[in-house]
Design a protein around this ligand. Structure first.
Ligand code: KG4
Ligand code: ZN
Length: 350
């Protein structure tokens, strides 16, 4: 089965081919036009997707050595995302599916992230046999869910304000770093001391209201943002410049500490022995290291996506479509855009 996947929910224009569950091409173009704005400008993102979509899909087909007539299904992100950006990929994919008389599979972007650690040659065989806990951490979402073997899942915790990736990006901006600051903080922190300054870890055992955190799997990162801002305002520019690595490491340590503590709390409370991390922030080296150590200590198996599949990509869209189709879920022919898509499965069972 040859599935063409298309992803345009934010600032990556991406297309991939999945041939019998194996990724045979994956093209990702990251938009650079937003850098000077300190964040993604929605209208610019849509225009850039429109400019690139035809050549990116062509490149994915050429790299996989597959013609349009050899496709069996087309899948695209249907939300959540920036409405104009999602619309470009979704309309293009549906138009192509209609023209080629192929089934169309609308895919929920967050669900695709959840299953991205299992993108492989035989994706359907590699998901854990039992339930697993998924920490999904991106620029727009921070979610803890319990995923069942039939691909259904229950969200048990989510952020009450900012997402983890947003916490990296916004505190990085305060440090004068360009967008997206997450990967730069990761790099700067390699040379820094994470205990240089203790930033707050809200809703955890280390927060001031520690008594009320137990059993609460929600996150809050807005206090960290305020704390970094007010602390930086009290420092001099040369001091900040001199200690940039230490400050980056201290911010990263606060975010990673919360993510690890909450994830392990869900694993323990549910007696589940498998955990996965997905989404852009799962590329963070300190998070990968700290989560691996915590899992090793507690005998939990950790599943991580390849760094290439941590951030937005179309291989995860095609891969979830393949997982669903191979488990008897049927595709749609037309699907309305869902910019704030709920977490209900985007495809239905027969
Ligand atoms: O999943 P993603 O590509 O897009 C969304 O769906 O949001 O995630 C992007 C987010 C950005 O906030 C970016 O700063 C963060 O992932 N990110 C990282 C790293 N790589 C990407 N954050 C920390 N460390 C990284 N290495
Ligand atoms: Zn994403």
């Amino acid at each position: 089965m040859n599935i063409l996947g298309i992803e345009t929910s934010c600032d990556e224009t991406s297309s991939a081919l999945l041939c019998n569950g194996e990724v045979c091409s994956s093209i990702i173009s990251s938009q650079l036009c937003h850098t000077s704005f300190g964040g993604v400008v929605p209208e610019l993102a849509s225009r850039e997707h429109e400019r690139l979509i035809v050549s990116i899909v062509d490149a994915a087909l050429t790299e996989a050595n597959i013609t349009k007539n050899e496709l069996d299904a087309i899948a695209a992100t249907a939300g959540p995302g920036l409405i104009g950006a999602v619309m470009v990929g979704l309309s293009f994919a549906q138009g192509l599916a209609y023209a080629l008389d192929l089934p169309f599979v609308p895919v929920n972007h967050i669900e695709a992230h959840i299953f991205s650690p299992f993108i492989s040659e035989e994706a359907s065989r590699r998901t854990p046999e039992g339930s697993f806990v998924s920490l999904t951490v991106s620029g727009g979402h921070t979610l803890l869910s319990v995923v069942e073997p039939d691909l259904s899942y229950t969200v048990v915790g989510r952020t009450l304000d900012d997402a983890a990736g947003e916490a990296f990006d916004k505190t990085g901006k305060m440090l004068g770093l360009p967008y997206p600051a997450g990967p730069i903080i990761d790099k700067l922190a390699e040379e820094g001391d994470p205990s240089f300054h203790l930033f707050p870890r809200a809703l955890t055992s280390q927060s001031q209201s520690s008594k009320s955190w137990q059993g609460n799997f929600d996150f809050s990162f807005s206090g960290l943002k305020t704390s970094v801002l007010t602390w930086l305002q009290k420092q001099t520019p040369p001091f900040i410049e001199l200690h940039k690595g230490d400050i980056a490491a201290s911010i990263q340590s606060a975010i990673v500490g919360v993510l690890v503590e909450k994830s392990m709390a869900v694993v323990r409370s549910r007696g589940i022995r498998a955990l996965s991390i997905a989404g852009g922030v799962s590329a963070n080296s300190a998070l990968r290291r700290a989560m691996q150590q915590a899992c090793d200590r507690e005998g939990v198996r950790l599943y991580l996506p390849k760094p290439l599949y941590s951030t937005d990509n179309a291989a995860m869209i095609a891969s979830l479509a393949h997982l669903k189709l191979s488990r008897g879920m049927r595709a749609e022919y037309l699907y309305n855009i869902a910019p704030y898509a709920s977490f209900a499965a985007a495809s239905r069972r027969d």
